[in-house]
Write a protein that binds this ligand. Structure first.
Ligand SMILES: Cc1cc2nc3c(=O)[nH]c(=O)nc-3n(C[C@H](O)[C@H](O)[C@H](O)COP(=O)(O)OP(=O)(O)OC[C@H]3O[C@@H](n4cnc5c(N)ncnc54)[C@H](O)[C@@H]3O)c2cc1C
Length: 316
């Protein structure tokens, strides 16, 4: 939904037409692995998702900069060993401007041109976020700093349900606008479960003069209890209907996976029917759910599509 007006038509929405698949764009988010086993899991996921030709994949930056090297190595390896375009997340936490600028310069030198610029959260031993003395205080400052280091493509975070520490929804939108004005070309949203929340947020963002794409962040839920805990911290509401759907499945991962795919696919199809054609998946380093949902939305692996076109041509 890049600048298109949004009308919420939940309930009356037709199923997405197949030709929409041509416009559909997805991106996949991963986190840097901590062990050899996790590394193998991540690479299996990347290889499985690669044929879907995502617009980009991104790799998160651990709290307090704890994954600085691992994030760098993962993104650099994606660039070297795959056909994917890769973005590195970068936060302001626990580092001076010079240190962050150095990290950014290393990315540029490694051929990485896309940064997801974030403030980050307070380290676990602190209650509230305090800017590092001599550091970038907020994401908007980081965007400005990165633009001085090099002409990066920059994405930033947006919050359909408002960032938990924002003084108001309006102040949070002003902050998003500051990040765009500083040079970001896209926002990726915090995950949400109620599509109407996102559509209403888009109306407010467009009314506030924010015209860049705000790509909905989609979290397929595999561990409901963990998601409830995490959502309370990041300000995402978990509807009662979701609790009902996952009720009784604590010891049944197979059914949970099927339910999770259905819930996220329905959420995406409702958005798709309302003009949204770009989705960012929080994969948690698993390919299966993101792959299945992308397929339901109409995406096909590049090779399969090419083969189909060739056989159609042969038949004609
Ligand atoms: C798509 C996405 C990816 C993420 N990836 C990561 C990751 O890789 N690593 C990680 O650690 N975290 C990540 N996060 C979480 C993110 O770091 C937290 O949500 C963090 O609390 C806010 O980051 P931000 O970039 O939105 O901050 P900001 O845009 O700086 O805003 C944070 C809060 O501060 C307020 N604010 C902004 N400027 C000012 C000001 N000048 N004065 C007072 N208040 C101000 C804002 O209104 C908001 O409430 C991600 C979040 C999203 C949505």
């Amino acid at each position: 939904m890049n600048g298109a007006s949004v009308t919420s038509s939940r309930g009356k929405a037709p199923l997405p037409a197949q030709e929409r698949a041509e416009e559909l764009k997805v991106s996949f988010e991963f986190f840097p692995p901590k062990s050899e086993k996790m590394e193998q899991g991540l690479w299996a996921a990347i290889k499985r998702l690669e044929p879907l030709q995502p617009k980009f994949v991104s790799v998160t930056y651990g709290a307090g900069g704890s994954t600085r090297e691992r994030t760098h190595n993962t993104v650099a390896r994606i660039i070297e060993e795959t056909s994917l375009s890769a973005a590195a997340h970068l936060t302001c936490v626990s580092a001076t401007r010079e240190e962050i600028d150095d990290v950014a310069r290393r990315y540029w030198d490694a051929g990485i041109r896309h940064i997801v610029a974030l403030r980050g959260d307070a380290p676990e031993d602190a209650d509230t976020y305090t800017p590092h003395p001599g550091g970038y205080a907020y994401a908007a400052d980081l965007v400005s700093g990165l633009k001085i280091v090099a002409d990066f493509e920059i994405s930033v975070a947006a919050y359909p349900e408002t960032h938990p520490t924002a003084s108001s929804a309006g102040a949070d939108l002003d902050n998003l606008k500051r990040k765009i004005d500083a040079g970001a070309v896209r926002a990726i949203s915090q995950y949400f479960f109620d599509g109407d929340v996102y559509l209403r947020f888009m109306e407010r963002a467009r009314a506030a003069g924010i015209t860049v794409p705000i790509v909905p962040g989609i979290l397929p839920v595999t561990n409901f209890a963990q998601v409830v805990k995490f959502s309370a911290m990041c300000g995402t509401s978990v509807p009662q209907w979701m609790a009902n759907l996952f009720d009784g499945l604590d010891d049944d991962p197979e059914t949970r996976k099927l339910v999770a795919t259905t819930v996220a696919a329905e959420q995406c199809r409702m958005l798709q029917a309302n003009g949204v054609n770009e989705f960012h998946f929080y994969t948690l380093n698993r390919a299966d759910l993101a792959y299945a949902i992308s397929h339901i939305l109409g995406l096909r692996p590049a090779v399969g599509r090419q083969a189909a076109t060739e056989s159609e041509r042969a038949e004609a």
